[in-house]
Design a protein around this ligand. Structure first.
Ligand SMILES: [Zn+2]
Length: 217
């Protein structure tokens, strides 16, 4: 069931690990299908050797309908996000350090570069602390998402979302790059004050990306 989705989930999990957004078996990747089924990575399993039969499928009610392993411990939060965000079909959770660091110094990662606006659709909010593996983690995400593609979870990591898994993957990866840029600029400035894009510039950047990539024929 959902073999190609499972292959894509494993590929994305390996990629976010390769670029340093997670360590060991941390984080998780999930996809929601049109009928409400959720495909999610298992709890505490290494991604490098993961096979499609280790990926879990849950129905809309949260009952495991395929797979023998325990699903990600954050499944309760993931289900909350899918239940409350009909436009979201993919959720990625990471422990990426630079974006998480931004959560320790402010309420958002401001629109500091075009790529952040392109893929996260503007500044990325920081959600209040919520315990890992709790429904509260999902509630905090939904409350702060506000149409964006990512939320920084204070003292924890990041949740990125999208209509497709690619969108959520790009959001998580470019968010980390933008966070590095932001922290580097802050550190290099004399008083911590740095230049941030204007609202009009950020909006222009969000809109520009809609025509990025190859046109569908
Ligand atoms: Zn976590």
């Amino acid at each position: 069931m959902y073999e190609s989705d499972k292959i894509q989930i494993i590929d994305v999990a390996k990629e976010i690990k390769r670029v340093g957004l997670i360590q060991l078996s941390g984080g998780n990747v999930s996809v929601r299908k049109e009928n409400g089924d959720i495909i999610v990575t298992p709890s505490g399993m290494p991604y490098e050797t993961m096979t499609t039969d280790q990926i879990l499928v849950l129905n809309k009610e949260g009952v495991i309908i395929e797979g023998n392993l325990r699903p990600s411990v954050d499944t309760v939060a993931i289900r909350y996000i899918f239940d409350h965000c009909p436009e979201v079909n993919a959720v990625i959770h990471t422990h990426q350090p630079y974006a998480t660091a931004v959560g320790l110094i402010g309420d958002e990662l401001p629109a500091c570069c075009t790529t952040l606006c392109n893929v996260c659709l503007g500044a990325v909010p920081v959600a209040d602390y919520a315990n890992a593996a709790s429904e509260d983690m999902g509630i905090q995400t939904v409350e702060n998402l506000n149409g964006k593609r990512a939320v920084i979870l204070k003292y924890h990591g990041v949740i990125s979302v999208g209509p497709t898994l690619k969108d959520a993957e790009y959001a998580a990866i470019y968010l980390e790059d933008a966070a590095k840029l932001y922290l580097a600029a802050k550190a290099a400035s004399n008083n911590g004050v740095i230049s941030i894009m204007t609202e009009a510039q950020a909006e222009e950047s969000v809109n520009t990306h809609k025509t990025y990539g190859q046109r569908k024929l």
